[in-house]
Design a protein around this ligand. Structure first.
Ligand code: BDR
Ligand code: CA
Length: 345
């Protein structure tokens, strides 16, 4: 029988965050216990509006959305609106949701939801609760600072962020989520390690391999003009950014891979290691992975380095587009149109 997992999604929507939300909503293994937003791609309040927009499209306004931290722990806030558009959704300026408003107090909501696990009777059948962090780790750091014991009730903490061998995406060495709030990331890795809850790091080594190409987009539009058209609208800005910045035709969709990994951990492979995050100087935000065990420290991370992009894209298309048919049918189409591994930088 399929193992159900409940997830708290902490995010900064953000184009790829939205795709991750859509994936999670369409995944039978995942049940979203709540969404919290943090300053990252866009300010936290705007991210919450975007989360509501996606929930409304999915008819799931029953899922609570909480606004979190509007500033990194120490560093000045730098958004990624150059990448995601001023509205965070590729400058599509979707209608705001009127019927439900985001709530305040993301950090307390995270802690209360974790503590609610403690109230369960021994042996009660309940799906494990995990935290999926898709943005800078500021909310998590504040929660950990306030009440570290709550994290004993998290089954997994999965973070999209960092990189091991891949180059950065906002400096030569740093990935955006950890660069935006390096102090929060550094604190979370250290503290969660001490608490015996290593972070599953879904970093650029694996997410760079997940490229939404024009061909895949075209396939989506053929399957469902409305949904495929929506994905095209929100990713157009992201496509342009990737071409100008990285010479990529298409766009790297980081966050959905972290959601898919939580749904099925066999999707990515990696190793356990101690990871520290640089909080000063020219390597600010870099995730320094002690893969050779120089420091002789207990691993505080599981670093994912391998992924099968075809398998991911097959999951993504099959779940979001029921008209596509079975995984086998989707795989056969994608095999013709996905760039083979090794064929891209
Ligand atoms: C990460 O940064 C953001 O721009 C994306 O949403 C993703 O979470 C990739 O570096
Ligand atoms: Ca994100």
């Amino acid at each position: 029988m399929m193992q159900k997992k409940r997830i708290l999604i902490d995010c900064d929507p953000g184009i790829d965050d939205v795709l991750a939300l859509m994936f999670a909503l369409a995944s039978p293994e995942l049940e979203i216990a709540g969404i919290t937003t943090v300053c990252g791609n866009v300010p936290a309040a705007l991210g919450a509006e975007n989360a509501l927009r996606i929930l409304k499209r999915a008819g799931r306004l029953d899922i609570p959305v909480y606004v979190g931290e509007e500033k990194p722990l120490r560093r000045e806030y730098v958004s990624a609106q150059d990448t995601h558009g001023m509205d965070g959704l590729g400058e599509t300026f979707m209608e705001p949701v009127q019927e439900i408003r985001p709530r305040e107090g993301a950090v307390d909501f995270l802690l209360e939801t974790l503590w609610a696990e403690a109230g369960q009777p021994e042996g009660a059948e309940r799906a494990p609760l995990s935290v999926l962090a898709l943005g800078p780790m500021t909310n998590l750091a504040r929660a950990l600072e306030k009440d570290p014991e709550a994290f004993a009730f998290a089954d997994r903490v999965v973070s999209m962020g960092g990189s091991f061998r891949s180059h950065g995406n906002c400096s030569p060495t740093a990935e955006y989520n950890y660069w935006c709030d390096p102090d929060a990331a550094a604190f979370c890795y250290q503290r969660l390690g001490e608490l015996g809850k290593p972070i599953h790091m879904v970093g650029l080594d694996v997410t760079r391999k997940i490229v939404l190409t024009p061909n895949v987009l075209e396939y989506m539009k053929q399957l469902d003009g409305e949904l495929g058209g929506f994905i095209q609208q929100i990713t157009r800005f992201y496509f342009d950014f990737h071409w100008k910045q990285e010479g990529v035709i298409g766009c790297v969709i980081n966050d959905p891979l972290a959601a898919a990994y939580l749904a099925d951990e066999t999707l990515c492979g990696g190793f356990d290691a101690y990871t520290a995050i640089e909080t000063e100087g020219i390597c600010l935000g870099q995730s320094v992975v002690d893969s050779m065990d120089f420091w002789k420290k207990k691993p505080n991370s599981r670093v994912l380095t391998q992924v099968d992009p075809l398998r991911f894209m097959t999951m993504f298309v099959t779940r979001l587009f029921p008209a596509a048919g079975t995984e086998e049918q989707v795989r056969r189409v994608l095999e013709q149109i996905l760039v083979p591994e090794g064929g891209r930088a």
